[in-house]
Structure formats: structure tokens, C-alpha cells
Design a protein around this ligand. Structure first.
Ligand code: NAI
Ligand code: MG
Length: 504
């Protein structure tokens, strides 16, 4: 099979069948039951490696969203099984969910690869285990969520303390690039805090969310605590944002939709947290280990076909190290071969859709028109499926559209800089601020720059790592609110202050 993968860059042979996954028609998951949309409408999810339809999926309208929100509200109410559950038992349920993800890891990885086009190497080594780990991490939290006893000078004797309470019904709208992992980042902390959830997966990738819904039944999560409504953003997603029964919206996706969600949520003053795009700088100083920096730069932009919010898509290289860095980058990038995403050796899969592929390809044209040159790649591979060659644009300047706009595909824009001041200034010259990486052997310089770069995460001599215990989120147009770690516990809880006058 390996030869069919490497034989030609011009045509991808996609012939493997999943061993465990057997996608069935998707229904909505409301109040612990799988149901059709009231309208009986469906849409199709497709395999980006072939363009073929995988299975029909129920399309939720506002009336279905309303039923899901009511189910979540009922599960949240005083006296419900979920509200009465001890923190210990809530933690056990989260742990059980992580065990069930692990027990079904092979099937979930295949479903993720079928739906997204990402290599099975990635879904089985990263997406699925990291989702399981996220539930493990938050399984430890319910027993540790606590308020404080506070000093006060308001006059007389008083006992003042705070309670941490769940926000309520959380609408969670997630993207297609890391479907189950994004579900875990949102669902695990929300559940740890005692909230209930209406999850809206991306229309391109509903399969793992629906399989996860089955696992919540197996785990014994009370009915209505976790619900899934599948469908398109402007209809299903917008209905969730507008629904007055929803207390909080958490969203990961594009900047435009992030703004739309803020506007939509304003009418009912919902809490909002947004994780939007990025155009993250990866700053390579000449005094870095250039070989390692180039190797990691490749992963920083080509992992998951570059469909990553943290993609190190603006690669700033100091002039004195430019030639050495670029020769390693070119050589390694040329060796990356796209292949059948289900083949374990494949490291570059298909982009999510034809529309998205064309959008990404158009940026190559835009870059050329702006005066950049294509160092490697720059074209689609074959005609079946949505594969694209790893692409490196050289001669880019930071004002160009290919340096300012999120491409969200396997396209790196390489920008030369002369010295530290220029590097930092240009890195910050962006509407985004999700992440930044920098490479240098000078530790003093590294920490100084880490403070000056406007980004939610700064990686020094590494790139793209995240951890469930470590806060993640953006500055500027990359959004607000921090997911993961203790930060997400704050995102999913309200603080209530209780005053007790001890003089009466
Ligand atoms: P999108 O922002 O439209 O979709 C993300 C999620 O939001 C999906 O579940 C979608 O159904 C939902 N949605 C869309 N419109 C909505 C609305 N009006 N109200 C409520 N929910 C809505 O992203 P799309 O179109 O899939 O990708 C476009 C670009 O967005 C990408 O090229 C990339 O630049 C960026 N993006 C960034 C992501 C990130 O991780 N920060 C993830 C996905 C996309
Ligand atoms: Mg799909």
C-alpha cells in the first residue's frame, strides 16, 4: 500500500476502508434520545479525501434547538439528578467518559479521519487521546471548585464568603479542524462545573460528537445534561445564540462569526467566550538552532494541513540565518507527501472541503500578485479529494494579504527581518494575537520578547504545544476568555457573594 502513497504527487490513491468505524445516519441528541429533526430535514457529511457522501445527518431548525435547550434547562433545574449529584460523583462521570473515549479510540480516530480528511496518524496519536486526557484532567476538578471566605471592612461583624456556581445552559459551537478535541475543551470544564450543554458541531464534521453522545449514555450521564444539535451555522448555530434559555455561548471559529455571535448574544446578555483565528508569528533568530527551528516550523504550519488556529503561518527569519533555515525548510517540505488519510504512514491529509481548498489556493494567487514567490508547492494535488501541496511563499512582506489574513491551510509566508526590533514590531503588526513562537539561544532576549509579543501563548524554542492544565486563548481579534486549566473553570462558573451580619 505504501507505494500507492508515494508513487505520485499528482494523484492520491484513496482505497483503504476503516476497520472499526461504520458511520450511520446522524440524528439529533436531545434529552438522552436520538431523534430526527422535526422538519425531517437532513444534510450530508462528506469525506474530504474522496468527496464522497459519508452519511446523512439531521438538520436542526430553531424548533429543535428550542427542545434541546429545554431538555438542558430541565436537567439543570434545582432538584434534578445532575444538580443533586455530589462533586465526587460528577468527577467519576467525567473519568468514565475519558475511559469510554479510550476504549473506543480506534473507532473515534477513524470517524475523525473520515470526516475531516486528517491523517489517521494525527487523529489516533493526538485528537482522540488528547480529548480523553481533557476529560481526565477535568475529572479532578469538581471536588476542588470552591469559593473563599473574605475579609471586609463594611462595619460590624460579618461573615462574607463566595460560592462558585454553574452558569447554567451552555451553548457550545465548535469548528471542524479538531472536532472531538474542541468538544472536549468545551464540554469537560462545563460539566465539571455542573452546567448542562447544547453542543453544535461543525456541519462538516458531526460524526465524533454524535458517537460521543452515545458514550454519554453508556457513562450514565443524566438525560439532558449533554445534547447535540447538528446543522449549519446561520440556522442551527444562530438559533442557539438567540435562544433566551441559553446562559452562555462558547465559540471557536472565524472572526466574522465571532462578531456575529457577540451581536446575537447581546440581546439576551449571554456570557460569551470566543476563540477565533490567528496569524501567528514564528520568529527565527540567526542565533537559534536553525536545523531544529526549521523542523518545528514545518510542523507549526503543516500539521493538520495547516488548518489550525495557532498555525505558525508568518515565519519571520533573521537575515543572517535565512539561507540556512530556508534550505532545511525546503528540503523537508519537499519530502512531505500527501496520501490516503487512513494509511498510518500518511502525514499530510486532505483539506476540509473543495470550497476551502479553493479559498486556500486563491491565496497563493493573491501572494504572487502581491510580489511573493512560490518556493515550493502552490498547487492542488490531483482532482479527487481536496489535497494540496505543502506550500512556502518567499519574499513576503508583512503588509501583504498573505501575511495579514488567516489562510487556514498548508501555506507558510516567509518574511525576512534585519534585527530584533524589526522582528518584534512586525510580529505584533497584526489584527491577531493567538500565539507566537520564537527561536534563539539567548535566554535573556527570549524572555524579553515573550513579554513584548501580544499573544495569548508564547512558545520559546518550541511551537504548537498545548496542555489541558495550561490556559489557552487570544489577544486582539483572536478572541477573549481562556480555555483549559483553571481558567476554564472560571469561564463556566458564576461567583456568588454571601453576606452574613453577625451583629443581629
Ligand atoms: P465558521 O466560523 O463559519 O464555523 C465555525 C462554527 O461556527 C461551525 O460550527 C459553524 O456551523 C458555526 N457558525 C457559522 N456561522 C454561524 C452563525 N452565524 N451563528 C452561530 N454559529 C455559526 O468557520 P468556517 O466557515 O468553517 O471557516 C472559515 C474560516 O474560519 C477558516 O478558513 C478559518 O480561517 C477560520 N476558522 C478558525 C478556526 C479556529 O480554530 N479558530 C476553526 C474553523 C475556522
Ligand atoms: Mg465531513
Amino acid at each position: 500500500m505504501a507505494e500507492t502513497l508515494t508513487a505520485s504527487l499528482e494523484e492520491i490513491s484513496v482505497e483503504l476502508k476503516p476497520a472499526k468505524a461504520n458511520p450511520k445516519p446522524g440524528k439529533l441528541f436531545i434529552g438522552g434520545e436520538f431523534v430526527d429533526a422535526l422538519s425531517e430535514k437532513t444534510f450530508e457529511t462528506r469525506n474530504p479525501a474522496t468527496g464522497a457522501v459519508i452519511t446523512p445527518i439531521a438538520e436542526a431548525g430553531p424548533e429543535d434547538v428550542e427542545l434541546a435547550v429545554r431538555a438542558a434547562r430541565k436537567a439543570f433545574e434545582d432538584g434534578s439528578e445532575w444538580r443533586n449529584m455530589s462533586p465526587r460523583d460528577r468527577g467519576r462521570l467525567l473519568w468514565k467518559l475519558s475511559e469510554l473515549i479510550r476504549a473506543n479510540a480506534e473507532e473515534l480516530a477513524e470517524l475523525e479521519t473520515l470526516d475531516t480528511g486528517k491523517p489517521i496518524f494525527e487523529s489516533s496519536r493526538f485528537d482522540i487521546p488528547l480529548a480523553a486526557e481533557c476529560f481526565e484532567y477535568y475529572a479532578g476538578w469538581p471536588t476542588k471548585i470552591a469559593g473563599e471566605t473574605l475579609a471586609n471592612s463594611a462595619g460590624g461583624e460579618a461573615l462574607v464568603y463566595t460560592l462558585k456556581e454553574p452558569v447554567g445552559v451552555c451553548g457550545q459551537i465548535i469548528p471542524w479542524n479538531f472536532p472531538l478535541q474542541m468538544l472536549a475543551w468545551k464540554a469537560a470544564p462545563a460539566l465539571a462545573c455542573g452546567n448542562t450543554i447544547v453542543m453544535k458541531p461543525a456541519e462538516q464534521t458531526p460524526l465524533t460528537a454524535l458517537r460521543f453522545a452515545e458514550l454519554t449514555l453508556e457513562a450514565g450521564l443524566p438525560a439532558g445534561v449533554f445534547n447535540v444539535v447538528t446543522g449549519f451555522g446561520p440556522k442551527t448555530g444562530a438559533a442557539l445564540v438567540a435562544n433566551p434559555g441559553v446562559d452562555k455561548i462558547a465559540f471557536t471559529g472565524s472572526v466574522e462569526v465571532g462578531k456575529e455571535i457577540m451581536r446575537g448574544a447581546a440581546g439576551t446578555l449571554k456570557r460569551v467566550s470566543l476563540e477565533l483565528g490567528g496569524k501567528s508569528p514564528n520568529i527565527i533568530f540567526a542565533d537559534a538552532d536553525l536545523e531544529t527551528a526549521a523542523k518545528f516550523a514545518l510542523g507549526g504550519i503543516f500539521f493538520n494541513q495547516g488548518e489550525m488556529c495557532t498555525a505558525g503561518s508568518r515565519i519571520f527569519v533573521e537575515e543572517a540565518g535565512y539561507d540556512q533555515f530556508m534550505s532545511v525548510m525546503r528540503a523537508r517540505a519537499q519530502k512531505m507527501v500527501a496520501g490516503d488519510p487512513l494509511h498510518p504512514k500518511t502525514r499530510l491529509g486532505a483539506l476540509i472541503s473543495e470550497e476551502h481548498l479553493n479559498r486556500v489556493l486563491n491565496y497563493v494567487t493573491v501572494g504572487k500578485e502581491e510580489g511573493a514567490s512560490v518556493a515550493i508547492g502552490g498547487a492542488r494535488i490531483g482532482t479527487k479529494g481536496y489535497f494540496m501541496k505543502p506550500t512556502v511563499l518567499e519574499g513576503v512582506t508583512n503588509e501583504m494579504r498573505v501575511a495579514q489574513e488567516e489562510i487556514f491551510g498548508p501555506v507558510a509566508s516567509v518574511i525576512k527581518f534585519m534585527d530584533m526590533e524589526e522582528g518584534v514590531r512586525e510580529a505584533n503588526n497584526s489584527q491577531f494575537g493567538l500565539a507566537a513562537a520564537l527561536w534563539t539561544r539567548d535566554i535573556k532576549k527570549a524572555h524579553a520578547i515573550a513579554r513584548r509579543v501580544k499573544a495569548g501563548t508564547v512558545w520559546i524554542n518550541t511551537i504548537s504545544t498545548t496542555d489541558n492544565a495550561v490556559p489557552f486563548g487570544g489577544y486582539k481579534s483572536s478572541g477573549f476568555g481562556r480555555e483549559l486549566g483553571k481558567s476554564a473553570i472560571d469561564l463556566y462558573s458564576e461567583t456568588k457573594t454571601v453576606w452574613v451580619d453577625l451583629n443581629q
